[in-house]
Design a protein around this ligand. Structure first.
Ligand code: CP
Length: 329
């Protein structure tokens, strides 16, 4: 039985600024090693169980590739393929997978499920996106911003502007709010009133910002918000499950909240466009922006998913592997 303490990766809000900085520094170190074709085999023999209750391209490929690069192995457990939730209690799955694997990754709609899994797992649990937040994507976005800081500005000084849905469907808006709270960043959300971040979330974010030094601005005035933006981030207007609201949602966001060249030109010349992908081209972002040779960071951001997963897995799993080795000496 493994007895050493577990640390899960569930929500960037739960981490301290120092912990996130340390994770980012591991990510950067291993990204440099990858560029030298010299990724150390830190997770030799380790197994990651990856439970996907929702589809994925980037998250699946990046976690699986990162495990392989670090000398480990990843198991893709696709929707409906294992007993999870409906056929077996989450706590039973958590205990069994913990006895066979070194980490468990979960993508699911219900945030409570990932919390329950973590409660009963005795190995680290990684949140690979719920319909509340997307912490691995958040880290990839911060890394991408750090690599493209405007001249003369530090991470703490940049203006990050989210445009679109920050309400119930606003996964990336919420993710950046949690990251901004933990890292003390300057963050603006521009949303139509009926699709705006809740007062409870604003309070939660502002509470942490009192200690970290960040700032949160919430506005409907998207034109004013983007005027100062160093990075503009949209997200989809309707996720799975919201397709029946497509018409009313499109009417609320289009054209004011679409990231198009007109919006980008309202921002400073150096301002970059981001998007976590998959994107609905010509809906929340135009192809002209997404494919822009100098103003878009979308594909650098996607590649950074792999670099983040590699560093994140190493940061969480390697100390436990090391201790397991120590215990056998
Ligand atoms: N951004 C993101 O999570 O992409 P996937 O859904 O393809 O994993």
């Amino acid at each position: 039985t493994k007895t050493y303490p577990i640390k899960h990766f569930l929500d960037n809000y739960d981490l301290s600024k120092e912990e996130i900085q340390d994770i980012l520094s591991t990510i950067i170190q291993l990204k440099e090693a990858a560029h030298q074709n010299a990724v150390p085999q830190l997770l030799k023999g380790a197994t990651l169980a990856m439970i996907f209750e929702e589809p994925s391209t980037r998250t699946r490929v990046s976690f699986e590739t990162a495990m392989a690069e670090l000398g480990g192995h990843a198991l893709y457990l696709k929707p409906g393929e294992i007993h999870f939730g409906s056929h077996e209690a989450i706590k039973d799955t958590a205990k069994v997978l913990s006895s066979m694997c070194d980490g468990i990754m979960l993508r699911t709609e219900d945030h409570e499920l990932v919390l329950t899994l973590a409660e009963y797992a005795s190995v680290p649990v990684f949140n690979a996106m719920t319909y509340y937040i997307h912490p691995t994507q958040g880290l990839a976005d911060v890394l991408t911003m750090m690599e493209h800081l405007p001249k003369g500005k530090s991470l703490k000084e940049i203006e990050i502007v989210f445009v679109g849905d920050s309400g119930e469907n606003g996964i990336m808006a919420m993710e950046h709010a949690h990251l901004a709270a933990s890292l003390g960043l300057r963050y603006t959300i521009a949303s139509p009133k009926q699709y705006s971040i809740s007062d409870a979330e604003i309070k939660k974010v502002e509470e942490k910002m009192q200690k970290t030094g960040g700032s949160l601005t919430v506005t409907e005035n998207v034109e004013e918000a983007v005027k100062k933006a160093d990075f503009i981030i949209p997200d989809v207007w309707y996720y799975y499950g919201y397709e029946d609201e497509k018409e009313e949602r499109t009417a609320a966001f289009y054209p004011r909240y679409q990231l198009n060249m007109e919006m980008l030109e309202m921002a400073p010349d150096h301002c970059k466009a981001m998007h976590c992908l998959p994107a609905n081209r010509e809906v929340e972002i135009t192809s002209e922006v997404l494919d822009h040779p100098t103003r878009s960071l979308v594909f650098q951001e996607a590649e950074n998913r792999l670099h983040v997963q590699r560093g994140l897995l190493a940061w969480y799993l390697y100390p436990r592997m090391k201790r397991a080795d120590d215990q056998t000496k």
